[in-house]
Design a protein around this ligand. Structure first.
Ligand SMILES: Cc1cc2nc3c(=O)[nH]c(=O)nc-3n(C[C@H](O)[C@H](O)[C@H](O)COP(=O)(O)O)c2cc1C
Length: 195
């Protein structure tokens, strides 16, 4: 079993302290630390031991900005949900100075190979492992669902060098929090039955 530095948070502390962070310092997470996070990610449970995950790390700020602009453009052009298009939230998400990655210095993509019906579930479990491990190491993360649709277009997969049959499941921004995020309270677990 791997030893964990006692300066790091325990798993229970990480579960309760992890927050979606949307304000980062410029400090780029080292390659060594990201490799540790990916190693934690792949310890996740995996159906039929398929290990369907693949990862991509993007730290090029110009590329991150281009993906962000592309996602915002797609949202601007979408006519699918007229009520949302008219909303203040839509205006916020398409504003010129809004970056869907909140200027985070790193983006990790958790991607799935097309194997079995649980590939997506496995990847989300890996994503949570990664986020909890990041929290334990004093780093901050946030899932950016906004990026999923655009990243899964053939154009972006081609540009990123991801083959067409790979599905991008969980884009996760990563870095050092510039300020501590406030806890978002949860409703109590609703128990439907206990028989
Ligand atoms: C599947 C998924 C997609 C998400 N997409 C976004 C997103 O596009 N942008 C964003 O700012 N936060 C996104 N979030 C973060 C959630 O808003 C956040 O987890 C939620 O408000 C609860 O806050 P907490 O993580 O601090 O507990 C996403 C979270 C999940 C699980």
């Amino acid at each position: 079993m791997k030893s964990v530095n006692s300066d790091n948070l325990s798993i229970i502390e990480a579960i309760y302290q992890r927050r979606a962070v949307r304000n980062f310092t410029d400090e780029k997470t080292s390659r060594e630390r990201i490799l540790q996070l990916l190693d934690a990610a792949v310890q996740a449970p995996t159906a039929m031991h398929e290990e369907p995950w693949e990862f991509m790390v993007i730290q090029d700020p110009t590329l991150l900005k281009r993906i962000s602009e592309s996602a915002k453009n797609a949202l601007s052009l979408s006519t699918e949900k007229p009520a949302f298009t008219a909303s203040a939230m839509h205006q916020h998400f398409t504003a010129t100075d809004f970056n869907i990655f909140y200027n985070a210095p790193s983006l990790v993509l958790v991607c799935a190979k097309p194997v079995g019906e649980f590939a997506s579930a496995d990847c989300w479990l890996a994503a949570e492992n990664l986020m909890l491990a990041a929290c334990a190491y004093g780093l901050a993360t946030c899932v950016i669902g906004f990026a999923v649709q655009i990243l899964n277009t053939s154009e972006w997969k081609k540009e990123l060098g991801i083959s067409d049959e790979i599905h991008i499941i969980a884009p996760i921004i990563l870095g050092v929090a510039a300020e501590s995020a406030l806890p978002v309270p949860r409703k109590k677990a609703n128990i439907l039955a206990w028989k």
